[in-house]
Design a binder for this molecule. Sequence first.
Ligand code: MN
Length: 437
Amino acid sequence: MAHTLLDHTHDPARRSWVASANGHADFPLQNLPIGVVTPPGETVPRGGVAIGDYVLDLAAAQRAGLFHGDAASAAELAAQPRLNAFLAAGPEARQSLRLALHALFVEGAPARAAVEPLLHPARDCRLHLPADIGDYTDFYAGIHHAMNVGKQFRPDQPLLPNYKYVPIGYHGRSSSIRPSGTPVRRPQGQRKGPNDAEPSFGPSRRLDYELELGIWIGPGNELGTPIPIGEAGRHVAGFCLLNDWSARDLQAWEYQPLGPFLAKNFATSISPWIVLPEALAPFRVPQPARPEGDPAPLPYLLDTDDQETGALDIELEVLLMTPCLAAAGLAPHRLSIGSARHLYWTVAQLVAHHASNGCNLRPGDLLGTGTISAPTPDGFGSLLEISQGGKTPVTLATGNTRTFLEDGDEVIIRARASRDGAASIGFGEVRGVVLPA
Ligand code: MN
């Protein structure tokens, strides 16, 4: 993935005149994610920027003449009710907008008086999907997840022979992707337990979540023209959190021979802010060395720069809020905490592989990494793994237990990137409550 050099926008010593931004868990001056919002009192969605506890109305800022030159062109694209054209514009446009936003929000900015009236409290804004998502592909790059799940489905052969060669994935359904906060209706479907003589149709009994990162595609490629691994970074326009809701009983019965279908496509939830690759530059780390004996990636998936900087040091946390915890006035239960460093493939490898056959990726397409699990149970990214297929329930502070999700349960995913010498940034959150079938 192309390097993004560090510059003054990453300087942890810089503060913002937006007081809540300084030390903000998610949206300090160094982050500046872009999304689509409807501010209070307005009816038309438009681009926005998260800063501390506030959102800047980008359309109003653009109309007010706060951007100039390349930044004005980029802001015009980012002010639209859908950000596809901004994503298509590529890294140079993003960077010019980022530099301009930094200059508007940094402490001592002369523009403060003009910018301040265009800020809205984030809690009063409605957040939307940031782009029209043409296609959605979900990968399976979390090797510990693949092992844990494989053990349950195929004890004799948890990882299939192709896993360490091919970034495995499937084409999902973009129509059912929703922003954080949208409730999820428990799906009905066919399920056939190991002791059932015949399948039956009804509400899923094994509803689960999957902890994933989402990848927003930028410029994309023409049909028939692959994206070389060394150029893949140019086509990554940003990141979000993704919950790939999964009905495990439907999945177990339907997945062979063509993979996930109705067990997955009833709902996918994403965090609404697009965290730009430029904001994540300080948190790029070397891709962990493959274990002894694993094959090297084939040449079309191997790039020295990508191996040196292609992994992301992002800490991911999953929380569960239940009606019983809420009734008792208790905090959500932490189901897991882990790191995106546990992905077997880099983002650039996923992009290059997807386009390697000539398949065209388009601006606003969304990729999921696949469930991210740590090697240890405290970092498993799904209830299927945490409960070992329903055999070991999770016990909540109220004494209630869970193997899979019950109606009224809410899954909350958060993420944070931090390291010494950098300002920590976050993604906000993706949450969704389960409604009865
Ligand atoms: Mn998934």
